[in-house]
Design a protein around this ligand. Sequence first.
Ligand code: UD1
Length: 446
Amino acid sequence: MSDAFQLRSDGPRVRPLRGTVEVGGAKNSSLKLMAATLLAPGRSTIHNVPDILDVHVMAQLLERLGCTVEVEHPDPTLSLRGSGTVSIDVPEDLDPEAPYDLVRRLRASICVLGPLVARCGRARVALPGGDAIGSRGLDMHFQGLEALGAAVHIEHGMVVAEVRDRLGGATLWLDFPSVGATENLLMAAVLTPGWTVIDNVAREPEIGDLCAMLTAMGARIDGVGSSTLEVEGVERLRPVEHTTIGDRIVAGTWAFATAIAGGDVTVVGAGTRHFQIVADKLRTAGAEIETVAVPGEEAFRVRCEGRLRAFDVATLPYPGFPTDLQPFVMALAATAEGTSMITENVFEARFMFAQELARLGADLRTDGHHAVVRGVPALSGAPVVAHDIRAGAALVLAGLAAEGTTTVAEAHHIDRGYPHFVEVLQSLGVDIERVSEATDDPWPAS
Ligand code: UD1
């Protein structure tokens, strides 16, 4: 049996979304912050960590490396924000081996590589393999670690990294501002003696969050927020208490949901500060977005009425349009008035999602990393399959604009990125439920 999300809709803008949604901590920050605790023996505590499967897998991985991890999340009947606290006791001596059974469930586990090399002088981390959004190379991670003094090779499906003599500061250039490579190299550099300069780094807000936590642990990092990070390695870091930034991708998801279904929704826990370009695109399409004052929180309100207009989007590293929101753009474009052009510059295989959207009646065509979407007045409900977190969530959102019943199978992908996804949509007035489906397929695709 596998879970599916089933929603019934009378079509677009018949049942507008209304209410307030609370957004918790960013998945893409929390996982790296949890890995960064490995850099300092002692007990670190991270607040505003989302209650999602990936966090629990990362907790298991840290335990396998020798840590003791406590994860506390509030009762969902009290709050749908789904964010809690993770406390990690890191021992003096870590076991630097991250096995395949856990790594294959969480690609982000590769981010333990940098901390393990810095702390233990060696690491064996299973190679995560590709996933449904592309091949996702790791060459920049390996080249950077080599430049810092480690020898890296692949052996029986494991990445094996061993410090040759000693780690030493170096100047590194990334071919592309990779989020994962920036984080891994930064986490290795903070404990590497001497100065390390990393040029052409990713500038995603989650990297700013990691820098803030590392600095609070005693790391010396200059250039935070810019394309060049300069790190002066220190001998030892101290444990920390840190609060994760709000999840801009989850916040963006609810903004797109409102744009697709119509309505009036306030999003609390993340502001538009980190997605000005997204807010601007939604305004171009005809949505109203404004910052609202909520004490102690960032918040914004989205209002939409009627059918929105087509718009063009090209994904790019931050501060460009986030690739993680691209499937939602496609879902919105599918029912907007006019023709939209979408260009995917970060993950080549992300358009696999287009085939599922076409099952809901979207009129679209992809060619390489471009997609042309001709908006239709309404989609029509159908069974579809989620292949990754964002594509799965975007199919549910497309279902808001589809007449009839839409069933999104393999919903566990959505659970990997969104705490209480179904309950949040229900709270906004959506007729949606979680159902269990038999997985035995008598007619498998050949
Ligand atoms: C992270 C995010 C993901 C987001 C992506 C881009 C996490 C857990 N995931 O993924 O949600 O979509 O950033 O914002 O934080 N590449 C190489 N060689 C490398 C490293 C990357 O070729 O050594 C390529 C990848 O194949 C991809 C592109 O660079 O085409 C971007 O990857 P990267 O920024 O590293 O993304 P992730 O860190 O995997």
